[in-house]
Design a protein. Sequence first.
Length: 458
Amino acid sequence: MSGTATPATLERKLGPWMLWGLGVGYVISGEYFGWNLGLEQGGTLGLAIATLFIILMYLCFTFCYTEMACAIPRAGGAFVYGTRALGRQMGFLAGIAQVIEFVFAPPAIAAAIGAYFNLFLPDVPAMHIAIVAYVLFTALNIYGVKAAAQFELFITVLAVGELLVFCGVTAPSVTWANLSMNALPNGMSGVFACIPFAIWFFLAIEGVANVAEEAVNPQRNILIGFGSAIITLVALAVFTFICATGVAGWEAIVYPTPGAAPSDSPLPLALGRVVGDSNVLYHMLIFIGLFGLVASFHGIILAAGRAVLEMGRVGYMSPILGRVHARFRTPANALVANMVVGIIALLSGKTADIITLSVFGALTLYVISLLSFFSLRVNEPKMARPFVAPLYPLAPTVGLVIALVALAAVTYYNLKLAAIYAGILAVSYAYFRLFAGSAAGLEADDLEGVALAEATKD
């Protein structure tokens, strides 16, 4: 693949609707699966409390991240902001955290795609379906960003519509008795234990910033894309949570049968309690639910390619990963490398652990990004900011505190995975110090100059 690649720039093709589609699409699989695994730890009340705090964190974070994305529209997102604001080492840490988040989220989603498809094709192993999905959607992303974004918008609209149908059908069956049934099985400790699964509702929304170089008029359209996406996702998360858990209690959407392993398909379990598993609505949910999973899977693959591309561009990863395909003008090498790592993770079969590793990366990214936001406000007050985040310094402070508490809680309840995450960071940092520290393609000052040029170009 590298023989047909070039360091050419990415192509600007994305308007505000496509950015909304990407922003919602990155995340929407989190409404279809994954979050229900937190109910085992926190119950309905525990996950609800965690989710409310996480919603607050994401609202505060999104304001600040949008300001930086509009001012510095580069594909590297948090990596670029961290480098400019805090220096190369913190920028590298932000970049690696972002790569971990975006590379480990797709395998978890691929596992759910396999599980959903397996309901239709029980003779085909779910793992085979998941691997085929990886190859197909990596190929689509290599083909071109406009085609990828148009496809993303189409399936995202279908996925949102299906969630609204699900809520409309199940809402009349929601009762307070079901919502309060065994609502806090592990006490307040359960609230902290289920934080990763509350984050899964919104994880990867920041991926909108990674296509900033491919957005038409990014200073305007990134704001529209981010803002409309986070509002859509908060509403969908609240409605889906209430309607799914309120039908028959939280245990009904975690365990398909008493004593069974936790399910990767909670919404069919809830809808089956209302209409039965032979009803047309039930089968429609399973079919269109696949679009929700595919939207996130495909969208995060797109964002992950851009995150790795930027790290390769500056020499923090192999320069081969920082090259753009000469014909398709997409980060083909980065996309293929991400697919290989993702399939290896997928073969582990540990969906909850993969989600948690992705959450570790996300929380690290949020902390460094919010610190970068403070630094840029203090040290570069005259930087052009097409959008200025409101409620400064309250909003970024609240977001930073919640992110730090969440990171501490996820570490405490997942010590083994925390050690694995720390090991990945340590090995990556060793590479950075030994091979990339003196040979990076762009120094921090150069990166700042490129970012300024990009910010004023449109």
